[in-house]
Design a protein around this ligand. Sequence first.
Ligand SMILES: [Zn+2]
Length: 306
Amino acid sequence: MVRILLKGNVKAHITDWFKSFQSLKNIGQTDGVSKKLTSPNSTEILLPRLQHKNSQSQKIEGIIPRHSPIITYSQPQYQPKPTVNAYLPDITRSIKNLENGLLDVFNNNRQWANAVRLQDAKFFETLAKGQEPKLFWIGCSDSRVPAEIITKLGFGEIFVHRNIANQFKEDDTNCLSELEFAVYNLKVEHIIVCGHTKCGGIQNAYNDLALRENLKIWLSDIRKIKDSYPELFPDQFTESKMSKSEIDFIHKKLVSVNVINQVNKISENIIVKEAWKDEKRRLAVHGWIFNMENGHLEDLYVTRNK
Ligand SMILES: [Zn+2]
């Protein structure tokens, strides 16, 4: 059994979600044996079996698959500050400004480098010495979700991996090697899986659009989750009768479940489990969402640190 305590913005949408779907209670519990979701390569999808118990206390309890060890969801390390000062980022640039094509990219770069030097003459000298980021970010490749900008983190502060729909796959040596490097070489303290609203990868997986071969394979785990929970994710016919806000709401649920799935897979990976054998090691895996409608990061409160 796992217990997730929901707080803040997440409380409303997840709690309402589960309230609406009491039928989740028995999903995956056939004849006392948890149902396994499997990818085409028979890779397990470690999706927690959640069920709504008590809406008043805003607690959600769930049953995890029996093939998975007991999972303890810890309280989040991160606590939002009560007040946050305004910051004015430079959002004036866009691809439309590239009147001279890629030459503008180089000009932008030189302008930026010169401006940095004016601000700090030794900036690049310091930069060349190395990196010590505490955060490893696994996000979507979407050009609207640049990790460094939305977190307002600087050079050397965040190690980044991005792919379509922020997937973690056990056979993806690209992401695995980065995880290895982040955990054992950089010794990061936080691994963050960050999905986002209006995610094209999620929308494509949801609607099963005519995707080419590689993209279809890449998004297949999301599609399987969607197909496994028809109570949560209605078919296209039902969806066609829904309002735009209802569709957005449902898509955000799939974004959330997808993030939780990646958090669980990373937490079950040998790279992370080995690191957790060291009791002194600080390493937590978090699930977040970037809300494109207001620019806010939302913590799903599924942090795992053992
Ligand atoms: Zn995306």
